[in-house]
Design a protein around this ligand. Structure first.
Ligand code: NAD
Ligand code: ZN
Length: 362
C-alpha cells in the first residue's frame, strides 16, 4: 500500500451562536494554569468601542489585552516582537492566546502561540511541517468572515524573503468561538472582499484537478451559502451573518484537502510587490480570470453589481518591469496552486508572459 494520504488535524472544539462570545471566560477557564495569564490579541478597530468586546472579557490576575493594528497584514517580525514582549513581561508561558479579529489577527494569534514554545524567529518556520513543539493553547474568535483562517492548518505571514504560511499540525486553533453577532458592523466593502475570499476558495477548489469527495462536499456547501448571501438577497441581516460564518468555515475545510488556484497565486504576487491585501487583491485578479473560471467570474461580476462594489482600476499602471518580474515569479513559484488549477502539465499552459499580460490589465 502507499502512505501518501495526508493525516490532518481539525479544530477539536467549536461554539456557535449569537451571543456565544459572552461565554469566553467560562470556555477557557479549564485551561488556566496557575498564575500563567491569558493574553488576548484584539484588532485595534475594537479599541474605540470597548463595550463591544473588552467589557465582555473577564480578565483575572495577570491576564492582558494587546490591541494590534491590521493596517498591514501580519509579518514574521511582528510575531517575533509580540513573543519577545510576552516573554519579557511574564515569568511563565501564558495559559493561552485568544485572537479576536479577522484573518490577520487569527493568523497572528496562531503564529504567536507557536513561537512561544519554539525557538528562533517565525520566519524559520514558514513552510511545511517545520514546527517541532506543540503550541500554547490558542483560541480563535472571528469578527469578519471569509478567509477560513479560523479552521485552517496555516498562518500566512510576510517574512523577509517571502509571503508564506506556517503550515503544521500545531497551527489549528484548539478552540473556536463563532458568534455571528461579532461580524454585524463590518463595513460593506470589506464584508464583500473578505466574503469573496470564501467564494474564490470554493471556485478554485471545485474547479481544481486536486478535487476529491472530501473537498467537494465542503466546497459545494460553501458555494451554495455564498450564492444565498451574495446573489439571492432574500436573507435577513442576521441570517446572512450566520450563514457567512458557516460558509467561511466550509470554504476553509474545502481547501484543507485540496488547494486554491490562479487568483490566489496572482494575488500573492500583487501582495508581495504592492502590499495589496488578500481579500481585495483576490477580487481584483479574479475579475480578470474569465478564461480560467468562466462561470465563477460571471457570477462574481453579478454579485459586484448587486452590491454596488467598484474595484480599483489601473492597479499595475505604474509598476516597473522589475516589479512585474517579481510579481510574476512570486506567483509562478506557488507550484501546487498552478498544478491544482491547470494540471501536472501546467507549465505548458501558462508562463511569465501570460501572467504579465493579466497583471498589466488590472
Ligand atoms: P483583516 O483581518 O485584515 O481585516 C480587514 C479589515 O476589517 C481590518 O481593517 C479590520 O480592522 C476590519 N474588521 C475586522 N472585523 C471587524 C468588525 N467586526 N467590524 C469592523 N471592522 C472589522 O481581513 P481578512 O480578510 O479577514 O483577513 C486577511 C488576512 O487573512 C490576510 O493576511 C491573509 O493572508 C489571511 N488569510 C489567511 C488564511 C489562512 O488560512 N490562515 C486564509 C486566507 C487569508
Ligand atoms: Zn484566500
Amino acid at each position: 500500500y502507499t502512505s501518501n494520504h495526508r493525516n490532518f488535524p481539525m479544530v477539536p472544539k467549536v461554539v456557535f451562536g449569537r451571543g456565544s462570545f459572552n461565554q469566553v471566560g467560562e470556555i477557557i477557564s479549564c485551561e488556566r494554569k496557575g498564575i500563567a495569564p491569558f493574553i488576548y490579541l484584539i484588532d485595534s478597530v475594537f479599541e474605540k468601542n470597548i463595550t463591544f468586546i473588552e467589557d465582555r472579557i473577564p480578565l483575572s490576575s495577570t491576564d492582558e489585552i494587546i490591541y494590534v493594528s491590521t493596517a498591514e497584514e501580519p509579518k514574521t517580525s511582528q510575531v517575533d516582537e509580540i513573543v519577545a514582549k510576552i516573554k519579557k513581561d511574564y515569568q511563565y508561558t501564558p495559559s493561552g492566546i485568544i485572537g479576536i479579529g479577522g484573518g490577520s489577527i487569527l493568523d497572528l494569534s496562531k503564529a504567536v502561540s507557536i513561537m512561544l514554545t519554539n525557538p528562533g524567529s517565525a520566519s524559520e518556520y514558514q513552510g511545511w511541517d517545520l514546527v517541532k513543539n506543540k503550541a500554547v493553547f490558542h483560541v480563535g474568535v472571528p469578527t469578519i468572515s471569509g478567509t477560513g483562517a479560523e479552521v485552517s492548518r496555516t498562518t500566512v505571514l510576510t517574512g523577509p524573503e517571502r509571503k508564506l504560511g506556517i503550515n503544521s499540525d500545531f497551527t489549528p486553533f484548539d478552540q473556536v468561538i463563532l458568534d455571528p453577532e461579532l461580524i454585524k458592523d463590518v463595513p460593506k466593502d470589506q464584508w464583500f472582499y473578505t466574503g469573496m475570499d470564501c467564494y474564490i476558495h470554493c471556485v478554485e477548489s471545485l474547479h481544481g484537478t486536486y478535487l476529491n469527495a472530501f473537498s467537494q462536499s465542503y466546497g459545494e456547501k460553501a458555494l451554495d451559502l455564498c450564492k444565498e448571501i451574495f446573489v439571492s438577497n432574500s436573507l435577513s441581516k442576521e441570517e446572512a451573518d450566520a450563514k457567512l460564518m458557516m460558509a467561511s468555515w466550509h470554504g476553509g475545510m474545502s481547501i484543507a484537502y485540496s488547494q486554491v488556484g490562479v487568483a490566489h497565486a496572482m494575488s500573492y504576487g500583487l501582495a508581495y510587490v504592492l502590499g495589496t491585501k488578500h481579500g481585495i487583491g483576490n477580487c481584483i485578479v479574479f475579475d480578470k480570470l474569465g478564461k480560467y473560471y468562466p462561470e465563477g467570474v460571471a457570477v462574481f461580476k453579478k454579485m459586484k453589481e448587486i452590491h454596488g462594489i467598484s474595484l480599483p482600476v489601473g492597479v499595475c499602471a505604474d509598476v516597473t518591469e522589475d516589479q512585474l518580474n517579481i510579481m510574476t515569479s512570486v506567483a509562478l513559484s506557488l507550484e501546487p496552486l498552478w498544478e491544482n488549477a491547470l494540471g501536472t502539465d501546467w507549465k505548458s499552459k501558462v508562463n511569465a508572459d501570460t501572467l504579465k499580460e493579466i497583471y498589466r490589465s488590472l
